[in-house]
Design a protein around this ligand. Structure first.
Ligand SMILES: N=C(N)NCCCC[C@H](N)C(=O)O
Ligand SMILES: O=C(O)CCC(=O)C(=O)O
Ligand SMILES: [Fe+2]
Length: 324
């Protein structure tokens, strides 16, 4: 159960990355130091910043710049890759199209998901069948984002090794049938500057899978995280870092020891804000349930039933948009 928090910790994960291919990493004192920090952050806040992650700030910035260039295009241009159910809900959605807790969000986005081919997961995966839609402009967007996705996936996998150790398991607890063939989601998001309209860029929600890596715009304070007292704590941008947070599936695996913390975005700024969120998930069709090792850390009382990630995602995707 999460303790209260008033700020979000910063963790230098470089020792963990240096040892990520060593099955004995859990015996290394510098790795254990990172693991202790991860456990504390996941228990208390469900949110943390990572530095020392190996992805250069110049690339993080390039990803944000390309995102901004896309959203600056006229609507007709952006609408060429309009999101539709026929594309497995991949593509561009305009401001107000995504709905959180019944309220249209003041953001536009390109939603991307790992490709799902026809019949890949039977009926379970039908809604998500399709491949990503990339714009012709900016011309480099597709290649840049596809490279970025590979880096995010590799980084998230390594952080999950540290989290597996933090939960008291083997570093490779999330390989194999759990998340050895991970599903992923990426949202490329733009939030208009403050206006007289509803200013909720994205309403309070939790993320759906294991671990989110957020690359947020510089100099704009808009992301807020809710603590146990119900206060909204700011997660301001820190150059060169990712903001990481726990998703609903990791909450189940940890038997509630780690919370998938509520968060929201309010862009009260005079500038347009961009962010790119990469969501590292379990295998699409895996049944998620509390891990044995971790029940011992939560009084042996099992708090959650099994959940299938793909079902959770599909139910969210189907309720995130108003259908005509
Ligand atoms: N794939 C993820 N995690 N997307 C998060 C989107 C949050 C907003 C969405 N309307 C909702 O209510 O969930
Ligand atoms: O833009 C942000 O800072 C956060 C976005 C987010 O929470 C999400 O897309 O799930
Ligand atoms: Fe989120």
């Amino acid at each position: 159960m999460a303790a209260d928090f008033s700020s979000i910790p910063i963790i230098d994960i470089s020792p963990l990355l240096a040892k990520s291919d060593d099955p004995k990493m859990g015996e290394d004192s510098s790795v254990l130091d990172v693991v202790t920090q991860l456990d504390k952050a996941c228990t208390e806040a469900g949110f943390f910043y990572v530095k020392g992650h190996g992805i250069p700030e110049s690339l993080l910035k390039e990803v944000r710049d390309v995102t901004r260039q896309f959203f600056e295009l006229p609507y007709e241009e952006k609408a060429k890759i309009k999101m539709t159910p026929a594309n497995g809900f991949r593509g561009y959605e305009k401001i107000g199209e995504n709905v959180t807790q019944g309220v249209p969000d003041m953001h536009e986005a390109i939603d991307c998901y790992r490709e799902v081919t026809k019949g890949m997961y039977g009926d379970l995966g039908k809604v998500m069948e399709g491949c990503n839609q990339w714009p012709e402009n900016p011309p480099k967007m597709k290649v840049l984002m596809e490279e970025y996705i590979i880096l995010c996936k590799d980084l998230a996998r390594k952080i999950m090794c540290g989290i597996a150790l933090a939960l008291g398991g083997s570093p490779y607890e999330f390989e194999g049938h759990r998340a050895g063939d991970p599903f992923w989601v990426m949202r490329i998001i733009g939030y208009p500057a403050v206006s007289t309209m509803n200013d909720i860029g994205c309403g309070a929600h939790t993320d759906y899978g294991l671990l989110t890596l957020l690359n947020q715009d510089e100099n704009i304070n808009a992301l807020q995280v809710r603590n146990l007292s119900g206060e909204w704590i700011s997660a301001p941008p820190i150059p060169g870092t990712f903001v990481c947070n726990i998703g609903d599936m990791l909450k189940i695996y940890s038997n509630g020891l780690y919370e998938s913390t509520l968060h929201r975005v309010i862009n009260n700024n005079t500038k347009y804000r961009v962010s790119v969120a990469y969501f590292y998930e379990t295998n699409f069709d895996t049944a998620v349930e509390p891990l044995d090792t971790y029940k011992t850390r939560t009084n042996g009382h099992r708090k959650f039933e099994r959940a299938v990630y793909g079902e959770h995602l599909v139910s969210k995707v189907l309720s995130n948009f108003i259908h005509e």
